[in-house]
Each structure stands twice: as structure tokens, then as C-alpha cells.
Design a protein around this ligand. Structure first.
Ligand SMILES: Nc1ncnc2c1ncn2[C@@H]1O[C@H](COP(=O)(O)OP(=O)(O)OP(=O)(O)O)[C@@H](O)[C@H]1O
Ligand SMILES: [Mg+2]
Length: 334
């Protein structure tokens, strides 16, 4: 039998992860840079840059976020960037050493690969056969909670909430809300600008502060950060704003969870109320599981918990699925 490589891919708005059956896992920020002009091309010494490398050289490059929300999927430049990015991601696990590559792919829910033709075009020539699944389903598979659970994937672009009951969830089983990591960064940035007039901050600075010190709960913590106000260095405490920004996503998530439970089969409802799983980078907010449980306590006994290593869970689950699903579940794209 020909030698096969199985891969699981989590194409994310902010970062993407690939896991292979050869044991390699790689995460790369979903960013592509192309040198702005021949001078930049000459200085950088390459035609295309990816992830952190692209961001480091962002002033000399035209930057693409090919999976970001608001990116039209028929935009040629972004499609080409997506293809280059996915090629780079897959090549990072050395597929050329195998006769056949079979992949399970998760892509952001806002990327409407309605007929999947763009996704297939992006993967053609790299993978022999694919299966497309949702992020919550891959997560549930990774933590072996397929029988009955409610998965909340808090990503950068969207929060995807799905009920899981032993089979592939349908569209009715899933709800997507726009409040996620990027939205939280925007809220926090606005609060900082309002409180510290003239503060010069970027989206990347705010995201880093959030990743270092995000939290929810009743007690206000101190979070000291350094910023410039009209060119002058200032060290300020944004602990109260961090709390307020992170708290602001709680009712949005709470309402979406309640909706998904209320519309479930009545016999499934107690099962999923007791197995609410938080995943995605947003689940790293300190105190989140307890706070979400409190928010939805009015619907009865609930149990809310966070997966370990949330940034890799989707790709891990996709790889598990890739290895366990029978061949007829795959669509050949040769
Ligand atoms: N400690 C942290 N606290 C809060 N948010 C965090 C933390 N660490 C990472 N994040 C946020 O998690 C998000 C990235 O998570 P993830 O990798 O799951 O998203 P994604 O898969 O790229 O996005 P999507 O699923 O929406 O396409 C970013 O917004 C990032 O800032
Ligand atoms: Mg994701």
C-alpha cells in the first residue's frame, strides 16, 4: 500500500495550525507579505513572506490577511495569498516524502466556501483528498466529547457555538457571533483612548496586553502598561479597562449558549448543560469558565470547562478525524 500522510489543518483568522500523522505540529500567523517594490524585493531577498516574518517586515511589504472577516473570497490577490499561505503551511510538514496526503480542514465560519470551490482550488496539488469539518466539531473530537457536549470556540474573528451529539452537526446546531478576540481588542482600544487622551496605541499593542493580562471576575486587578501620549512615555494602569472589556463579551456568549441549548432536543438539553466546553484563544481569559457558568446559572445546573492547549486543539482534532474516518468520507480533489 502506498504510504499515506494524514494532516489536520485549522485555518484561522489570526493564526493557523497544521498537525501531521508524522508527529509534527506547526502554528503560523495567517499573514502574507509581498515586497512593495523592486527595492523591497531586493532588500528582503524573497517574493513572499509568511507569519511573523511578514509582520516584522510589514513596512516594506503589502500585507494580506487572507482569512480575515470582510475579505471577499473572489478577490484575486487574497485568493493568491491564501494559496501561497496554505502551500507554505502544508510544506512545513514535508508532504513530498509521501505518496498520498489526506487532510481534514477547518476554516473560519465566515469564509463562505459555499460550493467549496475556492477551498478546493487552494488545496489542489497539495492534498489528494479532503474532508471539511467545523472548528467546534474538531475540538469535541480532540477531547473525546462527541457523545454530548456544547463547544464554544472563541477565536479572533468569530465565536462559534455548537451542540454535539454523536454525529456531524448541521447548520441548525451551530451559532456564530461576531464578538471574539478582534472585537475585544477594539473595545479595549477604545476604552484606553477615551481614558488616556492622546494615547498612541496600535491594534497589535492592545492584543499583546490582552494576551498577557486578560481576566474576568468581580475583583479588579492591576495591569501596568507602557504607552506614548503625544510622543511622551507613560506607564499607566489599565486593569479596570481590561476587566470591563473582557466582561463585555460575557453576556454575548451567555445568550448564544442559552439559544443553542433552548433549541436542542429536550432530552439532549440536560446533557449539554452539563458539558459546556470553552476553546479557542479567547478561552485563555483568566476566570472565564466560572464567569460563564455564573452568567447562565438561571437555566439550571451547568458545568463549564476549558480545554487544555486551546490554540492547537482544533488541528489536533482534525488530525484525529483524518486518521479515524473511512476513505469514503473524503472527497478526492485530484
Ligand atoms: N491569554 C489570552 N487571553 C485572551 N485572548 C487571547 C489570549 N491568548 C490568545 N488570545 C486571543 O485568541 C485569539 C486567537 O485565537 P485562535 O487561534 O483560536 O483564533 P483563530 O482560529 O485564528 O480565529 P477564528 O477561529 O476566529 O478564525 C486572538 O484574538 C488572540 O488575541
Ligand atoms: Mg479558530
Amino acid at each position: 500500500m502506498a504510504e499515506r500522510l494524514y494532516i489536520g489543518i485549522d485555518l484561522g483568522t489570526y493564526q493557523s495550525t497544521i498537525a501531521s500523522s508524522a508527529g509534527t505540529t506547526n502554528t503560523i500567523q495567517t499573514v502574507v507579505g509581498r515586497p512593495k517594490d523592486p527595492v523591497a524585493r531586493n532588500f528582503l531577498g524573497r517574493d513572499v513572506l509568511f507569519g511573523a516574518d511578514a509582520l516584522k517586515n510589514k513596512l516594506a511589504c503589502k500585507i494580506f490577511y487572507p482569512m480575515s472577516s470582510g475579505v471577499a473570497q473572489d478577490d484575486e490577490a487574497n485568493l493568491a495569498a491564501a494559496k501561497a499561505f496554505v502551500t507554505h503551511l502544508i510544506e512545513s510538514v514535508d508532504p513530498e516524502e509521501y505518496d498520498e496526503v489526506l487532510g481534514v480542514i477547518c476554516s473560519p465560519s465566515h469564509v463562505s466556501f459555499t460550493d467549496k470551490s475556492n477551498l478546493v482550488a487552494t488545496l489542489r496539488g497539495l492534498v489528494n483528498a479532503i474532508m471539511v469539518v467545523t472548528e467546534p466539531f474538531a475540538t469535541a473530537f480532540a477531547v473525546e466529547e462527541i457523545a454530548g457536549s456544547l463547544v464554544v470556540d472563541i477565536g479572533a474573528g468569530t465565536t462559534d457555538i455548537a451542540r454535539i451529539y454523536g454525529t456531524f452537526p448541521t447548520d441548525e446546531d451551530q451559532l456564530t457571533i461576531q464578538e471574539a478576540g478582534d472585537w475585544l481588542d477594539g473595545e479595549l482600544a477604545e476604552m484606553i483612548r477615551k481614558k488616556f487622551t492622546g494615547a498612541q496605541i496600535t491594534k497589535d499593542m492592545v492584543r499583546r496586553w490582552k494576551e498577557e493580562a486578560s481576566y474576568v471576575g468581580a475583583e479588579t486587578k492591576e495591569v501596568m502598561v507602557e504607552l506614548s501620549v503625544e510622543g511622551k512615555k507613560q506607564v499607566v494602569d489599565i486593569g479596570d479597562l481590561m476587566q470591563e472589556a473582557c466582561e463585555s463579551i460575557i453576556p454575548k456568549i451567555g445568550n448564544a449558549i442559552k439559544k443553542i441549548i433552548a433549541t436542542a432536543d429536550p432530552e439532549l438539553q440536560p446533557v449539554i448543560r452539563n458539558n459546556i466546553i470553552l476553546s479557542g484563544g479567547g478561552s485563555l481569559i483568566v476566570g472565564l469558565a466560572d464567569r460563564v457558568a455564573k452568567e447562565i446559572a438561571d437555566i439550571g445546573d451547568v458545568r463549564v470547562w476549558c480545554v487544555e492547549d486551546p490554540l492547537e486543539k482544533v488541528a489536533e482534532g482534525a488530525l484525529d478525524l483524518a486518521q479515524q474516518m473511512p476513505d469514503e468520507m473524503y472527497t478526492s480533489i485530484e
